[in-house]
Design a protein around this ligand. Structure first.
Ligand SMILES: Cc1cc2nc3c(=O)[nH]c(=O)nc-3n(C[C@H](O)[C@H](O)[C@H](O)COP(=O)(O)OP(=O)(O)OC[C@H]3O[C@@H](n4cnc5c(N)ncnc54)[C@H](O)[C@@H]3O)c2cc1C
Length: 393
């Protein structure tokens, strides 16, 4: 393989390009904007920065968050003192740092939009505004709004959450998460250096109603929108059946990050999966044990072993978590009540925040740690598939 073109320079593309260029491959990365304030909370979990230390060992400004307030309308608030802090970056800073790192490793970075793709002599011709580039392999890292229709996830209307919010010029040092009964989503406040990102994400909701809900909540909390900047975007949130048919790779290409739908469907965490998939795609290309024609299948199988099975399971869980009633209360409401009473429950939520508790193992941990209490029955019910049938999830 002589040249790889990486299309998109968010976390997924930059990490893939850095690893390929570091190994000596001719790597060109195209991004239409380069470092920009991509709508995002910017939160990076302990799982992400402990596995990829360059996410913490750098000079980019970020907040280190040790306290989170979790609130549900009826249940009130529980405070979580994070044993493994959350890092929060403005995305322009994070993307800039990762692009610089890729350039340092030897990747050629160009501010260009990939307009269309053409398969040629076993390779690719990528058309841009200034002409075209030729490449032997493509890493597709163009994010959730990928316009290159022949590669990457084919989203249906049910496979994403709508997300919108405000960057507010206010300093704060703790995260806030607000749940509402019967609402499939949540409000967040993520403090960054010099401002905070206050937003709402939800599935199957009209964006105007979500914006109103967020603004009412901000008014109640006294968070002024004066000088605040509005943003909106989509968060991939694949339904369970969509994970099975998800188009993550094909002959001569691999999609990474949001372009492959690789986001936690419960929390919306995507930066870790962008970085991880960028790394795995590069690893597959560099591994000479596999013929070029087999690489797309190898990459797909690596993703499944690594995290797709867990995220596909989580897709079924998401609806039950947000919408199911347990003993006349919402699941987040019960979770908050139990956190106030049970150190075991708090420890589990800690690990969910740190990203170290996978969903497939959650049920057995809940049953083991909460044995003999009413929680056992309640949490068992949440994790069973009784209420929402597979096809509906
Ligand atoms: C409101 C919101 C809040 C979020 N909060 C969090 C959070 O706190 N923590 C977390 O982990 N995740 C969060 N996410 C998810 C996270 O933002 C994404 O999962 C992550 O950015 C995915 O990285 P990526 O590199 O795959 O894509 P992106 O970051 O979207 O990067 C794609 C890049 O491709 C470029 N591009 C697109 N098309 C082309 C083209 N044709 N040619 C050239 N360049 C192109 C774009 O300019 C962009 O730079 C949030 C998402 C949203 C919408």
């Amino acid at each position: 393989m002589k040249r790889v073109a990486v299309l998109g320079g968010g976390p997924a593309g930059s990490v893939a390009a850095a690893r390929l260029a570091e190994a000596g491959l001719d790597t060109i990365l195209l991004d239409e904007k380069l470092a920009w304030e991509k709508p995002c909370g910017g939160g990076i979990t302990w799982k992400a920065y402990s596995q990829y230390p360059f996410l913490i060992d750098n000079d980019a400004p970020r907040k280190v968050i040790r306290r989170t307030l979790l609130t549900e309308t009826r249940a009130g608030t529980a405070t979580l003192e994070l044993t493994e802090p959350l890092l929060i970056y403005a995305r322009k800073d994070l993307n800039g740092m990762l692009l610089e790192r890729a350039a340092r490793m030897g990747a050629r970075i160009e501010k260009e939009r990939a307009l269309s793709l053409e398969r040629r002599n076993g390779g690719w011709r990528v058309r841009t505004r200034c002409g075209a580039i030729e490449a032997d392999y493509l890493i597709v890292a163009t994010g959730a709004r990928n316009s290159l229709r022949e590669v990457g996830t084919q989203y249906t209307a049910r496979d994403s959450m709508c997300a919108l919010g405000y960057y507010v010029p206010v300093e704060q040092n703790h995260v806030e998460i607000q749940f509402f009964p019967g609402f499939e989503g949540y409000i967040w406040v993520f403090p960054r250096c010099g401002h905070l990102s206050a937003g709402i994400c939800g599935k199957n909701q009209a964006s105007a109603a979500m914006r109103q809900r967020l603004e009412d909540w901000m008014d109640e909390r006294g968070i002024s929108r004066r000088d605040a900047v509005f943003y909106g975007h989509m968060i991939p949130a694949l339904e369970r059946p969509s994970w099975r048919s998800n188009r993550v790779s094909g002959e001569g290409w691999a999609a990474v990050g949001d372009a492959a739908g690789l986001v936690d469907p419960v929390t919306g965490e995507g930066i870790y999966y962008a970085v991880r998939s960028g790394d795995l795609a590069a690893q597959t290309l560099l591994d000479e044990a596999h013929a070029p024609s087999a690489k797309h299948a190898v990459y797909r199988s690596l993703l499944h072993q690594d995290f797709i099975e867990d995220l596909a399971f989580a897709a079924g869980l998401a609806k039950r978590f947000f919408l199911q009633q347990v003993l006349m209360s919402s699941v987040p409401g019960r979770m908050i009540e139990f956190m106030r009473r049970s150190p075991s429950m708090t420890a589990i939520v800690q690990d969910l925040f740190a990203g170290t508790q996978n969903y497939l193992a959650l049920k057995s941990r809940l049953l083991n740690s909460l044995n003999g209490t009413m929680l056992e029955a309640v949490m068992g019910a949440i994790l069973s598939r009784r209420v929402v049938k597979e096809g509906e999830a």
